[in-house]
Each structure stands twice: as structure tokens, then as C-alpha cells.
Ligand binder design. Structure first.
Ligand code: G6P
Length: 368
């Protein structure tokens, strides 16, 4: 009903706007500014046990899988721990190699996704250290993993996941901070990252405030039937997630690619006015991405850049831009993802799509 949607036209738009609060709830009480680390009591581990973790495997499906991909960068960059992501169905059926010093993190908004649950059971069977990142309290995955961290994002109704994704990423960053502090990270470095994490609700509030501006841009892309999303480093998974959001709710054929993969195939599909959404925030790799943007422009593509505010160099090569605040490169994935959620929402709205209940999709896939 309209009341449940709190005055918003759709649950998805409501949940996008709830993100500053959802993220504040996910972060509250979980940062320690004295020690420059995070407090995640649900991880239930002593510093000694954390020190023994030698590898991290993140498992999940859909949007949760994309959050895991951002987590992979965070664990490797911040904590210096080899990390990899496996689609949950792949993990459960491939007879995965895991051992007792491996941490398997199952990521699931609902805590009920069949493949993710089966991956959890497989990892427990193999003696790994298993932890979950769920939103729904008391869900099956949360119950079966004795350790875990809840998102506290509040109920997510829209089939297309928004606030769960950003809260998952925020918690993965806090996990990486904690593991990093147990390794090479100094207190000072820990403090800086903790401060950046603390600012996430504000960064997201500033992005959400651009909703009307993003709607104007989206109107110019609503008639296209194809779109490409490109990014590098931690913005690569954001490109995948941006493409997933757009295809889920607008039915536009959207593909996310690593920017360096463009030349290996997708560039063949670019024609005049084919939309390319470039994640070109001012983080390492930006120059290379701007180079890829030039290659797309040369084929007549129409470029929407997600850039750092005030970056005139990046703005100059784009047809349209959405600016996000300057912050730590890993933290920047969160406002960048929010910008793409709003873009997908407004494109779908301009096309008159259902949005909250897209055809053929379910909020939670509890059968294989
Ligand atoms: C379904 C939903 C997606 C979600 C995925 C994983 O496909 O439509 O939005 O990302 O399941 O769900 P989970 O609850 O495990 O995060």
C-alpha cells in the first residue's frame, strides 16, 4: 500500500532513500576509534584465531555475489589475505578445496537462498571456519553458521536489492579493517579507514539527494535496448551490479565488463548512441578507464560517467555525469553503487516498468 511505501512510488525508491539510515545502523557501535579497528562481536573470534586465517572464500548469489567481489578487493588490499569469490552453486558442486584456516563468508540478504545454504553446509562439512552476512535475523543461513554479522538494514521488500548490497559492502570493509589491523595495518591507518567508513551514511545521503538530476539523465537513456557498464579494480564489481540492476527492473539488455575487456569483444557491439556507463571515479586506474571511454566515444557511444565531484578531467570526456563525493577508493564503491541504483530506477520508471515485482524474478530463490 501507499502507506507502507512511506510516500514513495515504489519500495525500491524507498529503500534507496533509506540507505543513509540503514548504513548508519549497520555501522553503529562497530567502529573502535581508540584502537583504529572495528568491533564485530558476531564474528566470535579472538585476535589469535583471526591471525590464523590464511585465505578467505566469499560465496553468494546475485547482488550478494557482487558485494562479495568488492569484499575480495578489500580483504586483499587491506588485510593482505588471499581472497576469492565463488558463486554459491559452483562452490557446492565443485568439491571445493577448503581447509581449517580458510574463512568462508556466506553472503545472503534473505539467509534462505538454496545454493548459498548448500555452500554453507559444504564448507562446514569440510572443516572451514564459516561465517554469514545476513539481513534477516534468525534466517536459516544465520542459524546454521554459528558466527556471523547481521546487516541491520531493515526489511528489504523490493525484489531488486539495494540497501542490503551497500550494507553488505560496508560490513565487508569493517571485516577487512579488523583483519588488517591484526596484520600489517597500523593504528593510524586503521583510524583513517574507520573514519572513512563512518562517513558512508553522509556520502550516500549526498548521492541520494541527486535523485532528480539522475532522473533527468535517465530519461535520455530510457529508449535504448542495450547498455554496457565498465569499471576497474573495486569499481569492476560495481559495474556488474549496475548492469544487473538495470536489466532486472528495466529489461534493457545490460552487460557489465571489466574496462580492459572491452577490446576483447564488447566493443564490436558499440554503435552510434549505444550507452556506456563508465565507473571513472578518481581512484587508481582512472586514467586507463578514461582511455577506454575515449575508445567508446570514437565508436559514437553515449557515455555516462560516474565520477568524483569536481573532476573536470573526467567530466570533459563524458556526455553525462553523476558525481560522487571524494573518499577512500574502496568506500567509493558504495556511493557509486547508489548512483547506479537511482539510474536503473529512473530508467525503469521512465519505461513504465513494474519495478518492485519484475517479471520472472523472486526476492529469494529457495529452490535450485
Ligand atoms: C534473488 C534476488 C536478488 C538477490 C539474490 C540473492 O535473485 O532477486 O536480489 O541478490 O536472490 O539473494 P540473497 O537473499 O541470498 O542475498
Amino acid at each position: 500500500t501507499a502507506a507502507e511505501k512511506g510516500g514513495y512510488a515504489h519500495f525500491m525508491l524507498k529503500e534507496i532513500h533509506e540507505q543513509p539510515d540503514a548504513l548508519a545502523n549497520a555501522i553503529r557501535g562497530r567502529l573502535d576509534f581508540n584502537l583504529g579497528t572495528s568491533v564485530l562481536s558476531g564474528m566470535g573470534t579472538s585476535p589469535r584465531e583471526l591471525a590464523e586465517i590464511s585465505r578467505i572464500v566469499l560465496v553468494g548469489c546475485g547482488t550478494s555475489l557482487h558485494a562479495g567481489l568488492v569484499g575480495e578487493y578489500a580483504f586483499e588490499d587491506l588485510a593482505n589475505i588471499p581472497a576469492e569469490v565463488q558463486q554459491a552453486a559452483e562452490f557446492r558442486y565443485r568439491n571445493p578445496i577448503v581447509s581449517r584456516n580458510d574463512l568462508v563468508v556466506a553472503i545472503s540478504q534473505s539467509g534462505e537462498t538454496a545454493d548459498t545454504l548448500a555452500a554453507v553446509r559444504e564448507a562446514i562439512q569440510k572443516g572451514a571456519f564459516v561465517m554469514s552476512l545476513c539481513n534477516v535475523v534468525g534466517s536459516t543461513i544465520a542459524r546454521e553458521t554459528s558466527r556471523g554479522v547481521y546487516l541491520h538494514a531493515g526489511p528489504e521488500i523490493s525484489v531488486a536489492s539495494t540497501k542490503a548490497f551497500t550494507c553488505q559492502v560496508a560490513i565487508l570493509l569493517m571485516m577487512a579493517l579488523k583483519l588488517g589491523r591484526g596484520r600489517r595495518f597500523s593504528r593510524e591507518e586503521g583510524m583513517q579507514l574507520a573514519k572513512a567508513i563512518e562517513s558512508i551514511p553522509d556520502l550516500v545521503a549526498r548521492t541520494v539527494r541527486q535523485s532528480d538530476h539522475i532522473a533527468e539523465i535517465a530519461a535520455r537513456y530510457a529508449k535504448n535496448e542495450h547498455a554496457f557498464f565498465i569499471g576497474r579494480g573495486p569499481m569492476y564489481p560495481v559495474a556488474l551490479e549496475g548492469a544487473l540492476k538495470l536489466k532486472e527492473i528495466s529489461y534493457i539488455h545490460a552487460e557489465g565488463y571489466h574496462a580492459a575487456e572491452l577490446k576483447h569483444g564488447p566493443i564490436a557491439l558499440l554503435e552510434k548512441d549505444t550507452p556506456v556507463v563508465a565507473l571513472a571515479c578518481d581512484i587508481p586506474g582512472k586514467d586507463k578507464t578514461l582511455g577506454n571511454v575515449e575508445e567508446c566515444r570514437a565508436r559514437g557511444a553515449r557515455i555516462l560517467g560516474i565520477i568524483t565531484e569536481g573532476d573536470h578531467e573526467a567530466a570533459a570526456v563524458m556526455d553525462d555525469v553523476i558525481e560522487i563525493p571524494r573518499t577512500h577508493p574502496l568506500v567509493a564503491t558504495i556511493p557509486a553503487a547508489v548512483a547506479l541504483q537511482l539510474f536503473a530506477y529512473h530508467v525503469a520508471n521512465a519505461r513504465g516498468c513494474e519495478i518492485d515485482q519484475p517479471r520472472n524474478l523472486a526476492k529469494s530463490v529457495t529452490v535450485e
